[in-house]
Write a protein that binds this ligand. Structure first.
Ligand SMILES: NC(=O)c1ccc[n+]([C@@H]2O[C@H](COP(=O)([O-])OP(=O)(O)OC[C@H]3O[C@@H](n4cnc5c(N)ncnc54)[C@H](O)[C@@H]3O)[C@@H](O)[C@H]2O)c1
Length: 380
């Protein structure tokens, strides 16, 4: 039988939304269910999660539910274990930097949720520390693996668009205030002191999406707003929501593409998906969501004539687009990236979603916030 290469992974913040659902259940445990991550030369990588958090009852309950035995509230002790090779962080953002520093000085490879840290200075320091210590490092960039964005990438690689002119993206949905319906996101997201705000949350995503699909960001101009200033937290107590809950931004990219992206927790969805990007090029256009992607080629572009006196007849504009076929099976994006990171650590395969790319994401968020504060365009 081919060899099993076990690898101990500290999963810190496993009781949280992302830590539990996407990283433990949908990634690490799903990898075990499929028999591990196959290695090119035979054998497979077998993740052994060590659950870390603050609440022993919650940790014990998660472990018991999934047949796991290893959990602790003592991060130092977990990092001291020789069988632990990887530290993973899905804690609230404000707690991340300190824990990653600890993990690097314990000589562990580090994989983490975004944003890498609360400032670009701290993020770059973490990148330098990790490089100096010779530990492998990575940041979650899950949106790249969404079926809709994979199809978009396929269109770009196939030359469908001709010259790409612009990207317009809408991300968002209504996050309930918590008074008469429970909020569907944790309250720390709406408090600046706890590392909240939609710019810090979403611009790190936009940075890697723009970089990988369209070009590096050269300049940004952002208007932010805190539209809802009072919310109710997990304990039913009202709090002041002082973090930005909407950001209206224009990104200028290398090569001249203009990307305009709205991010909002205060918008009601009148779209097919919670995020959609429209890409317009000289030869054709596409609208990509989380899963779907529709296209319209130059040759099938209707010729609208502006006349408000006449009602529109015939097919609606929306119905004149064509769905891009799947042509492959799309696995959970968090899991796909975990598999790549595990092969990077164990087999030395390349992995470019490292701390430096995570730091560029934080840098973009900072520039966006600075632009909003100073009312001007910021060059990067
Ligand atoms: N990749 C993505 O799409 C995505 C989506 C949402 C959130 N995130 C990121 O994941 C991280 C966690 O977000 P979440 O939505 O899972 O949050 P969450 O509030 O559900 O979970 C936070 C976790 O951190 C732990 N924690 C440690 N110290 C804490 C403290 N002092 N106060 C509060 N909690 C503390 C909590 O116990 C919990 O396990 C954030 O950094 C966020 O930016 C990423």
């Amino acid at each position: 039988m081919a060899a099993r290469r076990s690898i101990g992974i500290v999963v810190n913040g496993v009781t949280g939304r992302m830590g539990y659902r996407q990283h433990l259940v949908r990634s690490l445990l799903a990898i075990r269910e499929q028999g591990g991550v196959p290695l090119a030369g035979g054998g497979h990588i077998w993740p052994e999660p060590i659950l870390v958090g603050r609440d022993p009852d919650k940790l014990a309950a998660i472990a018991a539910q999934h047949g796991l035995t290893e959990w602790t509230t003592d991060l130092d002790a977990a990092l001291a274990r020789p069988d632990v090779e990887i530290y993973f962080d899905a804690q609230v953002t404000a707690q991340r930097e300190k824990a990653i520093r600890q993990a690097i000085s314990a000589g562990k490879h580090v994989y983490t949720e975004k944003p890498l840290a609360e400032s670009s200075v701290a993020s770059l320091e973490l990148a330098e520390l990790a490089e100096a210590a010779g530990v492998r490092n990575g940041v979650v960039q899950d949106k790249l693996f969404l079926p809709g964005l994979r199809k978009l990438k396929r269109l770009i690689d196939g030359g469908f668009f001709g010259r790409i002119l612009s990207v317009r993206g809408e991300f968002g949905y209504w996050v309930f205030e918590g008074d008469w319906q429970v909020a569907q996101r944790p309250s720390w997201n709406y408090r600046l002191a706890d590392g909240g705000g939609i710019v810090m949350d979403m611009f790190p995503h936009w940075n890697y999406v723009l970089e990988e699909l369209f070009g590096n960001v050269r300049a940004v101009q952002t208007t932010t707003a805190t539209h809802i200033t009072k919310r109710v937290d997990e304990r039913g107590e009202e709090y002041v929501a002082d973090a930005d809950d909407a950001a209206y931004a224009i990104f200028e990219l290398e090569g001249g593409i203009v990307a305009q992206l709205n991010s909002s927790w205060t918008v009601r969805v009148n779209r097919d998906e919670l995020v959609e990007f429209q890409v317009d090029g000289t030869e054709g256009s596409a609208v990509a969501g989380l899963r779907g992607c529709r296209i319209q080629h130059r040759a099938t572009t209707p010729k609208p004539v502006w006349n408000p006196d006449l009602p529109l007849t015939g097919k609606s504009f929306r119905d004149q687009w064509t769905e891009v076929p799947d042509n492959e099976e799309f696995d959970n994006g968090f899991k796909v990236q975990w598999e790549a990171f595990l092969r990077h650590v164990v087999a030395g395969e390349t992995f470019h979603w490292d701390f430096r790319s995570g730091a560029r994401g934080v840098r973009l968020a900072e520039a966006g916030l600075q632009s909003a504060r100073e009312g001007r365009r910021i060059e990067l």
